[in-house]
Ligand binder design. Structure first.
Ligand SMILES: Nc1ncnc2c1ncn2[C@@H]1O[C@H](COP(=O)(O)OP(=O)(O)O)[C@@H](O)[C@H]1O
Ligand SMILES: [Mg+2]
Length: 273
């Protein structure tokens, strides 16, 4: 039986989170089209991403969520044949422009993937690897960043006594929080999360959800999720994608209680997807 909208809205007390939206916009997407070869995967979408908010991207598999997310820090550049048209403005700079320094861009706009992908190095070195590469070498500075990032990622207490141990000795949920800490260490402003807890057990999932709600105080977060309860629990705004189109984009409560488009209602009530 398809879930009703009421089922979907059934959430923990964490939903009582502050949903006052800052009016500030951090990213402005204008008529963005993304192609793989001849095939268009994102069909000219426009939307504004609020600062210090959680924006959820929902929609059935293959509708273009990951493609859109990867365009925001130019990860699609790594896919042969992928190209984007339109604009993504970040502080009035078009991220899609040819002369963007993508390495610098990816520090500002960090990304965490579905499958935790820590380096086969110690917990400590996972955090410091890119920093050292960037020229931060003072041990006390690195120590501070390691503690701060792991604390923000709600992992410090669990690992502070074994920072020299391999990251691969951590549980899946801990590995994912380590990947979030690794992104935080670069001091990003935007964090892109592509189904970050879908490969994890329910307890780890709950931890990641809490973490995301805390992180929005410092970062602007865009999260792809196929889990509508998750979107309704943790996001301020929700974008519903279908076949490369942005069907509806609004505050999360509106999308889940009173969507404007029939297709949105059909999707969130489980009639397809
Ligand atoms: N690397 C790729 N090469 C070619 N086509 C791709 C690639 N990645 C995704 N696509 C296609 O683009 C469309 C959108 O995919 P994707 O963004 O992964 O969707 P979602 O994340 O919503 O499941 C799909 O039709 C998919 O097959
Ligand atoms: Mg995807």
């Amino acid at each position: 039986m398809p879930a009703t909208i009421k089922d979907i809205m059934q959430t923990s007390e964490k939903t009582q989170m502050d949903r006052t939206l800052s009016k500030e916009v951090i990213l402005k997407v204008n008529n963005l089209e993304i192609f793989y070869g001849e095939k268009r995967a994102v069909n000219g979408i426009s939307l504004d991403i609020n600062k210090n908010a959680v924006t959820a991207l929902i929609g059935p598999s293959g509708c273009g969520k990951s493609t859109f997310l990867r365009s925001i820090n130019r990860m699609n550049d790594l896919i042969p044949g992928a190209r984007a048209e339109g604009q993504i403005l970040y502080e009035d700079v078009d991220i899609l422009s040819k002369d963007i320094n993508v390495v610098a861009l990816r520090k500002e706009i960090g990304m965490v993937f579905q499958k935790p992908n820590p380096f086969p190095k110690s917990i400590y070195n996972n955090i410091t690897h890119a920093l050292k590469f960037d020229g931060t070498t003072k041990k006390n500075v690195l120590d501070d960043i390691v503690e701060e990032s792991l604390t923000k990622a709600a992992l410090w207490d669990e690992v502070k006594d074994r920072l020299g141990k391999s990251a691969l000795s951590l549980s899946g949920g801990q590995q994912q929080r380590l990947c979030i800490a690794r992104a935080i260490a670069m001091k990003p402003t935007v964090m892109l999360l592509d189904e970050p807890s879908s490969a994890l057990d329910p307890i780890s999932n709950a931890k990641i959800e809490e973490l995301i709600m805390d992180l929005k105080n410092d970062y602007s977060i865009i999260i792809v999720t196929h889990n509508m309860q998750q979107a309704s629990r943790i996001s301020d705004k929700t974008a519903f994608f279908l076949n490369g189109d942005l069907v509806e984009f609004d505050v999360t409560d509106k999308i889940f209680t009173n969507p404007s488009v029939k297709k949105t209602e059909e999707y969130i009530s489980g009639r397809f997807g």
